[in-house]
Write a protein that binds this ligand. Sequence first.
Ligand SMILES: C[S@@+](CC[C@H](N)C(=O)[O-])C[C@H]1O[C@@H](n2cnc3c(N)ncnc32)[C@H](O)[C@@H]1O
Length: 245
Amino acid sequence: MAGPFGVLPGLELLQNCASALIAGLNPAVVHNLAKYMALKKVHYLSAMEDVDGDYCEFGVFTGSSFCHSIRCCGRLTRLNPNIARTTFYGFDSFTGFGSLSGDDRHPFYTDGNFATNLRTVERRVRRAAGDMAFKLIPGFFSESLKHGAHDMGIDRIRVVFIDSDTFASASQALAFCGPAMQQGTFIVLDDYFSYRGREDRGVRRAFSEFAAESRIKTRRVLTYGMGGVVLVVSELPLRTQGANA
Ligand SMILES: C[S@@+](CC[C@H](N)C(=O)[O-])C[C@H]1O[C@@H](n2cnc3c(N)ncnc32)[C@H](O)[C@@H]1O
């Protein structure tokens, strides 16, 4: 006679196989697959809401998530042709993290793990982009983001993707984007729970300081992978409204 858990005890072999398979998966691959799915959802939701504006990614590395965003939008132009007006901006030093201040130091966020090559990334993105417009902006954010989104011709942002891991870089990225955010801008924050979950470190600290200073209000849309969070701007004071809103 079946016990309270039905046939579960008899499924040991199946459960062991599933467990062995999951345990053997590379965690980076698991995270990236979830990241791709989250970006797909974000682009879909923003196309459905007919949010106008550009895509800004901070932390491009080899360009895989950047190319993925371009591909998702390419597909979505059938649903909403306005999506084709998106320009994709990618910001990265393309040499890694540089020297990190005490609070930003982390065992995994090191140049050795994240050195790449701008020309190779550019070739890869060009192949994925086809007719879609994109710009890769090399340099450390302390230099490349000095002048704010509007000065770079970015009037409104549809999707912000922060994947540069540290407090300083995420703060600089959010300050850059703030004036071009609008109601409906999606903010994707990778590594939100890094630094052992501390609220006074990393991307989490950068976002809470930015939200307090800009008085922006957001709602959580979803979480993904190994600690990514997606928010949508639900309300913001007029002074930070996108230029043409
Ligand atoms: C996790 S990787 C990005 C992964 C990429 N989004 C993907 O999914 O394929 C983090 C990147 O952030 C960049 N980065 C971190 N801090 C930076 C800073 N202060 N200025 C410029 N780039 C930075 C590093 O060079 C690295 O390529």
